[in-house]
Structure formats: C-alpha cells, structure tokens
Design a protein around this ligand. Sequence first.
Ligand SMILES: NC(=O)c1ccc[n+]([C@@H]2O[C@H](COP(=O)([O-])OP(=O)(O)OC[C@H]3O[C@@H](n4cnc5c(N)ncnc54)[C@H](OP(=O)(O)O)[C@@H]3O)[C@@H](O)[C@H]2O)c1
Length: 255
Amino acid sequence: MNKNTDPALTHIGTAALITGASRGLGRALATALARGGARVALVSRDATALNDVVAGLRSEGLDAHAVVGDVAVKRSIHKIAGAAAALVGPIDLLINNASSLGPVPLRPLVDTECESLEETLATNVVGPFRLSKVIVGSMLLRRSGIVVNVSSDAAVAAYANWGAYSASKAAADHLTRIWGEELKGSGVNVVAVDPGEMRTQMHKDALPAADESTLQEPRDVAARILSLIQSIKAGAVANGARLEASAFANTEVRS
Ligand SMILES: NC(=O)c1ccc[n+]([C@@H]2O[C@H](COP(=O)([O-])OP(=O)(O)OC[C@H]3O[C@@H](n4cnc5c(N)ncnc54)[C@H](OP(=O)(O)O)[C@@H]3O)[C@@H](O)[C@H]2O)c1
C-alpha cells in the first residue's frame, strides 16, 4: 500500500484498467481507485491530457500509468490490454467508461449520418466488447475479475435527438446482461452502471445550457461506484445487473 492511499479504501487493492480516464468520471474513478491502493492504467486518446493526469496522481505517490489509445480502433485493443497488464499486472478490474456522444450538436435520427452511428457504436459498443473479450479471457483463467460498463439513462429512456448514443448504450447494457448469464459461477462479474448526470465535458457538449449547479460531481459518483465494486466483491450484486450509482453509498473520505 502506498503511504498516500486512503485507509478507508485500502481493501479495494486491485489492478485496474479505466478507459476514458483523462477527464470526467474516468479520471475520478482512476483517482479514487489509486487512492484506495489500486495500481491503475488510464486510457484515452489525448496523450498530453492523459500524461498530465497521471503526473498529478504520481505526485501524490500513487501507482498510475498512462496508456494512450483509441478504444474504437481494432488494432489498438491488444496494445491497450497488453500495455496495461505489463504496467500494473493482470487486470482484475476493467472499467469501460470511454464514450462518444455521437454527432454534436445532438440531432434527430433523420439528420444522423450512418457513419456517425457507426462511429458511436465503435466507441461505445464494439471497442468495449473487444477489450472485454481480451481481459475477461485472462480473468477466466484466474477465475476472478470485475468488468464495469458505464451506461446512461439514455439506454432506457427514448430521448429525442439522442438516438446514436442511446442505441449504443442500450446495446452495451444488453451485452452486459448476456455476459452476466454466460459468466455465472465463473468468478468473473460484469455489470452496467448508470452514473446519473455529472458536471463533465460530455454533459456540456450535449446540453450546453444546462444548470451546472444541478449536476453531480464526478468524484462523488466515483465514490458510489467504488461502493458498488465492494458490493460485487461481497457477492451482493447479480452478474449482468444494470445498476444506478445513486443506489450506492458515497464512501469518499475528503481530506
Ligand atoms: N456526464 C454525464 O452526465 C453522463 C451521464 C450518463 C452517463 N455518462 C457516461 O459516463 C461516462 C463518462 O462520461 P464523462 O461525462 O466523464 O465524459 P467526458 O468528460 O467527455 O470524458 C470522456 C473520456 O473518454 C475519453 N475517450 C473518448 N473517446 C475515446 C476513445 N475512442 N478511446 C479512448 N478514450 C476515449 C476522453 O478522452 P480523449 O478524448 O482524450 O480520448 C475522456 O477521457 C461515459 O460512458 C458516459 O456515457 C455520463
């Protein structure tokens, strides 16, 4: 355990791969996990932003590593998985958090290019599926591991103008359910979590006029997702479940 880790979270202790970790929820999750004693590999496309985040975590004495990569690109997936395992050890927690909103400004389906839908599915469904296949394969050999797929209420509700994003999140949720069925009794758990609305770049891009004071801070949602992970470890969550982060306690200890 690192001297700067949060004693309230030291039981998390894990090797974690978090996609979309250069900002927003992914960054908050990587930070919370690292402070909980995890070795963390952070993924995003923008090397400068990612390296800045990792440098900040390391300055706290935390075990954090940057893996620059695009989850939407097939040839990147084995590089991401291989680099992460080389840097932090066999991954026992994968968080598929990176996401594309699809075409922005958001627009009706009739104005959505098919290529935009393909791009959204590549980032939000196919990429996480590829990464999950690689990592779950290795988790199965160890009969242990957790995959958390970050979902959205848009996966369930039919919001006008959110078509590409919503369809991708719904598909990812259903893949999660199927993973859950297929992995029962394997020691590997896959869940989806809806974080709720957060004050992030994605929210600003989607709804620039939103009242930011009504939005959750990513660090608070990250703390709730850590509680969810503890519940999975305790055997209290059904494999393949779709959960709301708000149902879990915010365990963050603020300094
Ligand atoms: N914010 C909300 O209110 C809200 C509500 C419901 C659900 N969610 C979900 O919560 C998750 C986090 O969202 P957020 O609001 O924190 O988003 P965000 O602030 O826009 O951050 C997205 C992160 O993903 C990375 N990323 C995007 N595309 C990528 C790709 N192809 N490969 C690798 N990394 C990629 C981005 O970095 P690069 O651009 O450098 O790659 C960035 O680090 C997403 O799954 C989102 O759908 C958010």
